[in-house]
Design a protein around this ligand. Structure first.
Ligand SMILES: Cc1ncc(C[n+]2csc(CCOP(=O)(O)OP(=O)(O)O)c2C)c(N)n1
Ligand SMILES: [Mg+2]
Length: 352
């Protein structure tokens, strides 16, 4: 059963599906919750290492966006393509990115996927379908389109390409061109927009004037879905529908989630510009707390079980940090210097 959570123009469909608390859904929810805890714990560890001067460059975390991010990463399959954005650590991990990749990149280990040439979020494993992020907002959408078209040319079907974007990213030319291209080509693209109400300090009122970003789906002739990004159950269900429709030939799916960024743009930003009323609104709920309450309410886990998971996750994070801190730092004399820092990743691009 479908219900509309937010007014939208006709043609915009799915919001929140109801009444699907089956055993399969429960298992998916429990796994997703644990990925959320891992993402949050690792993000907080990075923030604390940054404040202690152990991480050079920026640290960008996904506090408040884990439910959405995990709902994408966890529900994609082997063979799919995922192009995450800066706030998608939880989704990356759920998709299969090893913790060590994240830690090595942030701590500048040459054993990391970018060999210490990049300090934070531009890492990936193209061979495994995880695309390294380009900073320019919107730029990953045409890249995912290209991968999907390449696969189609080679006769590979039944795969999905998902990418994440912010509200600010929807104002770019790349968003327009790539979504239009995906629509015309009927590509299995799932474009997930985290409308976290700000692009750095720019509020959404300076970003767009349509009632809801999901209304843009109609203009491109693609399926639009709107969801409460603070609600893991809703995110899992809506993304499950969107990913399924894209996989089955339904063309591009635009998923827009309402939530609030519960942190600065990066750890260097105190986010003092965020409207306190938004913080008090339902959008300002912490998705991790909401997910935990839901688990307890449904008696899918008790407080002790959740505590055990938290402790296990903390231990995994501490172990990963300890491993990387013992690794040798980058050595310019041993570096295979080449103009393209990610040449070793390019070597596998033909596999895409
Ligand atoms: C084309 C482009 N313009 C500007 C920037 C600089 N920039 C980086 S992140 C950011 C804000 C992004 O906001 P949003 O898309 O809403 O994502 P959020 O940070 O809120 O998750 C800006 C302006 C950029 N990376 N690319
Ligand atoms: Mg934003």
């Amino acid at each position: 059963m479908l219900q509309t959570a937010e007014p939208g123009v006709s043609g915009v469909k799915v919001a929140v599906t109801k009444g699907e608390e089956t055993a399969g859904f429960r298992d998916r929810y429990l796994e997703a919750f644990r990925w959320m805890v891992l993402g949050r714990t690792l993000d907080e560890k990075f923030a604390s290492l940054y404040r202690g001067g152990k991480i050079h460059g920026g640290v960008f975390i996904g506090r408040g966006q884990e439910a959405l991010s995990v709902s994408v990463g966890h529900q994609l399959r082997k063979g799919d393509v995922f192009a995450p954005l800066i706030r998608d650590l939880a989704g990356r991990l759920a998709f299969g990115e090893p913790i060590l990749d994240a830690v090595r990149n942030y701590l500048g280990s040459p054993l990391g996927p970018m060999r210490a040439r990049d300090g934070n979020v531009h890492r990936g494993r193209p061979k495994d379908g995880l695309l390294p992020m380009i900073s320019h907002l919107g730029a990953m959408i045409p890249v995912v389109n290209g991968v999907l078209m390449g696969r189609r040319f080679r006769g590979i079907h039944g795969i999905v390409g998902a990418t994440c974007l912010g509200d600010g990213g929807t104002s770019t030319g790349a968003f327009h061109e790539a979504l239009n291209q995906a629509a015309v080509e009927k590509l299995p693209l799932v474009l997930v927009v985290a409308n976290n109400q700000y692009a750095y300090s720019t509020p959404t009122s300076r970003q767009f004037v349509c009632r809801s970003l999901v209304d843009k789906a109609v203009g491109y002739g693609v399926e639009g879905h709107s969801v409460d990004g603070t609600d893991l159950a809703a995110c899992l269900k809506v993304l499950n529908v969107a990913i399924g429709q894209a996989r089955e030939g339904g063309g591009p799916q635009l998923v827009v989630a309402r939530l609030l960024r519960l942190c600065g743009h990066g750890e260097h930003d105190d986010s003092s510009y965020i409207d306190p009323n938004l913080k008090k609104s339902p959008m300002g709920r912490d998705c991790l707390k909401v997910a935990e309450d839901y688990l307890l309410q449904h008696k899918w886990a008790d407080g002790r079980q959740i505590e055990t998971w938290r402790n296990e996750v903390t231990q995994r994070v501490e172990e990963a940090i300890a491993i990387v801190q013992r690794e040798p730092g980058p050595d310019p004399y041993k570096e295979n210097w080449c103009a393209l820092a990610s040449k070793h990743l390019n070597d596998v691009h033909q596999d895409l």
